[in-house]
Design a protein around this ligand. Structure first.
Ligand SMILES: Cc1cc2nc3c(=O)[nH]c(=O)nc-3n(C[C@H](O)[C@H](O)[C@H](O)COP(=O)(O)O)c2cc1C
Length: 192
């Protein structure tokens, strides 16, 4: 069990311009440089991974029980997380009251902080893909349990858990299309 480091001495653990903060589980096959590009803090021990994986398995089993018949067996056949395979995990939180920005743009819609974090995730995703690194967003997690596992500060809002790594095989067809779970739908534009 690796020792826990002192709370947040690493620059990359602090809130970014829009309050997004990341905790990472150290890279092994992706270079530190690339992980830093992704905004990751590389100090948190890998020891959190089993608890995160158990969290996913519990949440996933619970989600599966909501389906019946073929939908349930189809759901069970989907690979919905790469937690065991991905060399880099990022838990991304949003600081709920950062000094940065002095509150600008979030008086009426405080959820903008989280939206801003998601924009940063999207940028990370594009940068990773440009470098042939795959990104998977794992949303089948109990956020409160994840928060406790990572011992995150109370004023951090858990926003996303990402798995990064080189894909085992290239595939432009999304899994959900390939398995027939859900096809693309037409975008419904409304002129006002
Ligand atoms: C908000 C959000 C949540 C997602 N949650 C999951 C998830 O829990 N499990 C999963 O397998 N894929 C999930 N996905 C989809 C994958 O992360 C991702 O779309 C897939 O790996 C394809 O990545 P690519 O488009 O870069 O090839 C989610 C995507 C988004 C945008």
């Amino acid at each position: 069990m690796a020792a826990r480091r002192a709370p947040f001495p690493d620059r990359s653990d602090r809130a970014g311009p829009s309050g997004q903060v990341a905790r990472g589980h150290g890279p092994s096959t992706i270079s530190r440089q690339r992980a830093t590009l992704a905004g990751a803090a590389c100090g948190l021990a890998r020891s959190a991974r089993p608890a995160v994986t158990a969290n996913f398995e519990t949440a996933n089993a619970s989600a599966a029980r909501r389906y019946t018949g073929k939908r349930r067996s189809d759901y069970a056949a989907l690979k919905l997380a790469g937690l065991r395979d991905a060399p880099v995990h990022l838990a991304i939180f949003t600081a709920t009251d950062p000094d940065e920005g002095h509150g600008l743009g979030r008086q009426t819609m405080p959820e903008m902080l989280t939206f801003s974090t998601v924009c940063a995730i999207h940028s990370l995703w594009l940068a990773a893909r440009a470098d042939n690194i795959g990104v998977g967003w794992v949303s089948i997690l109990d956020p409160a349990a994840l928060h406790a596992t990572l011992d995150a500060p109370a004023n951090w809002h858990f926003t996303a858990y990402l798995c990064l790594g080189i894909a085992a095989q290239p595939d432009d067809t999304p899994l959900l299309h390939r398995t027939g779970w859900q096809d693309n739908t037409v975008t419904d534009w409304h002129r006002v």
